[in-house]
Design a protein around this ligand. Sequence first.
Ligand SMILES: Nc1ncnc2c1ncn2[C@@H]1O[C@H](COP(=O)(O)OP(=O)(O)OP(=O)(O)O)[C@@H](O)[C@H]1O
Length: 285
Amino acid sequence: MQDKLPIISLKDVSVYYTVEGSEVKKALDGVSVALKAGEWLSIVGANGSGKSTLAGILMGFIPLSGGERNIPAKRIIRGVLQQPDAQVLGDTIEEEFHFALSHLHISNQDKESRRREAMHIVGLHHAPATAVAQLSGGQKQLLNIATALAARPDVLIMDEPAAMLDPDARDRLEHIVQTVTSKGTAVIWITHHLEEATLSDRIIAMDRGRCVYDGTPMAFFYPLTAEASIQGDVLQQKALQSPCEQLGLEPPFTVKTCLILKQQGKLQHVMPLRPEQLAKEVSRW
Ligand SMILES: Nc1ncnc2c1ncn2[C@@H]1O[C@H](COP(=O)(O)OP(=O)(O)OP(=O)(O)O)[C@@H](O)[C@H]1O
């Protein structure tokens, strides 16, 4: 992936709001991001850190106060918002796809086959004439993901997409993201649940409008350096805090468990992110 050029980028972007007459609120403050084809990027951070503002800039509905937004017109960018109802335009599933695909110069037959394919990918089996109002919150979210996928986007941006999904649908979504990224779509997944960030290629962590971490999940969740001291004749190594801990964010359960085992002198040389990886290491040991 390293040799690929970015497909979209933001350079030193800022978004300021004037609140209560004169005070300037910096929702984003000098953030630069470059995204490559097929990359899976997670954006994490506390409430109000600027994640949704960053997504809004990439989707083009939040204007910049400063900096550059480099998104070629030919790029297809689709977003899935936190609240599924905020995005629904049609009365029926068929209408929803009609709106989502209306700008594409493809035949009605192609549109229909894209609808069938996208519904199958997200695991919705409703008839096209089904009223959107009949769907649950999670099903509406899956429908929004399906309409976004049907456009075959270069970049898919999802803001807390799994918030309303049951564990099966969340697992399916992770699998969908793995499939679409392997075909070249870049995915940006905003989340508070850091378990969801463990499969991504890269994490960006936001703090008070600034990007304070941009790197691999492993280096985000595990402290890579240790403080060494000699006590008596014995070298003691005390692990420093990981970027995740420094930001006061809750690490995934697997990471927390492994950090406890490390404090007990076990599993010193491994850094599992997923439960199955931890189980494998524990069973070896
Ligand atoms: N229209 C607005 N007017 C004034 N301030 C705003 C506006 N939109 C966002 N902000 C402020 O900008 C900051 C970043 O907001 P943003 O929604 O991007 O954060 P977030 O990380 O997505 O938060 P959350 O996790 O709670 O969704 C917050 O302090 C918020 O109050």
